[in-house]
Design a protein around this ligand. Structure first.
Ligand code: G4F
Length: 296
């Protein structure tokens, strides 16, 4: 609901203010708001990171997901085109595009095979970005990012759900963690490193598409094992499987090959899987302590 710009005069109400950061109200389902912001700010760079990004929820609200995550990207691109602003655009594409994967590991040339309303909306946004790049010569780059996590991750995603639960348990809370499919495999990296690479993509001379990934894949079960190893408990005593948390169709394995990003951006992930789990867990333990033991 907010667009961050670097142009003084943005509408800031209840948000904390920063010297060089201005917030504007906007909504990806409302072209006029996006267009007004682009025309006012005349940005050098636009990062479209907005979406209805919860894959499971996209099965419940497929139409809204298509509007915001698919058409919303088109609205941003069209607003830039119509304003005649020579902005470079970053479109947040996703490893979910690979869906029921057609090769392992996945690269920029692996065919897409999406399996959710979210991934299908993102595929629309991906192709619109390419179409405007080719048709109008606009600078639009798709970052095909594999799962990237940080303590800011929403608690509805599996990593935070596990580390928040484990943190509460570590501090003595008597708590169950309810989960769905533990067999799916994900390529998890550390979000700040991925954001650095997004910026590097827009510093290039030419737009292109880039995979960002660690090249390692782990099951949800392995994530659980690693998190509970840190707190010295058995995850089996605290996790309950709920059928309703399974998805109508699952993406079984994601594992990316970021060789192109290494070559063109000089980018390589630094944080290992074990370090990532520890980092997320430590942050949630700290938060749980601040909020009162076991209450994170
Ligand atoms: O954490 P997740 O919800 O992330 P998912 O579906 O991989 O999507 C995330 O990464 C994508 C990039 O690849 C983004 F495009 C997308 O917007 C989002 O940020 O689920 C990870 C896995 C899934 O296989 C899911 O079935 O964890 C499994 N899982 C098992 N139990 C669960 C749960 N996921 C969630 N959210 N909640 C559970 O209780």
């Amino acid at each position: 609901k907010y667009v961050i710009g670097s142009h003084e005069g943005g509408l800031v109400t209840d948000m904390p203010s920063h010297d060089n950061l201005f917030l504007y109200y906007g909504d990806l389902s409302d072209f006029s708001s996006i267009s007004r912001i682009i025309t006012t700010i005349r940005p050098d760079e636009v990062y479209n990171l907005a979406a209805m990004s919860d894959v499971r929820v996209s099965f419940d609200i497929p139409e809204y997901t298509g509007d915001v995550s698919g058409l919303g990207a088109l609205r941003v691109i069209e607003a830039v085109r119509q304003a005649g602003v020579p902005a470079k655009i970053y479109q947040a594409s996703t490893s979910e595009l690979y869906g029921k994967v057609l090769e392992v590991p996945q690269t920029e040339t692996t065919p897409f095979n999406p399996r959710s309303p979210y991934a299908i909306a993102k595929q629309y946004a991906y192709w619109m970005s390419k179409s405007y790049r080719d048709g109008y010569g606009m600078f639009i780059t798709n970052g095909i990012l594999f799962n990237h996590e940080s303590p800011r991750r929403g608690p509805n995603f599996v990593t935070r759900k596990i580390t928040r639960g484990a943190a509460a348990i570590a501090l003595g809370g008597d708590r169950k963690i309810y989960l769905g499919n533990l067999d799916a495999k994900r390529d998890w990296g550390y979000a700040p490193e991925y954001v650095e690479a997004m910026w590097r993509m827009l510093q290039l001379e030419k737009p292109d598409d880039y995979v960002l990934a660690t090249g390692e894949t782990h099951t949800i079960r392995e994530f659980l094992e690693e998190a509970f190893r840190h707190i010295g408990k058995r995850w089996e005593d605290h996790v309950e499987i709920k059928q309703e948390l399974f998805r109508p169709s699952e993406v079984d394995i994601l594992m990316g090959d970021a060789s192109k990003a290494k070559r063109d951006l000089g980018w390589e992930p630094q944080t290992t899987f074990k370090d990532l789990v520890k980092l997320l867990l430590d942050a949630d333990i700290e938060l749980a302590k601040q909020n009162g033991s076991g209450q994170s």
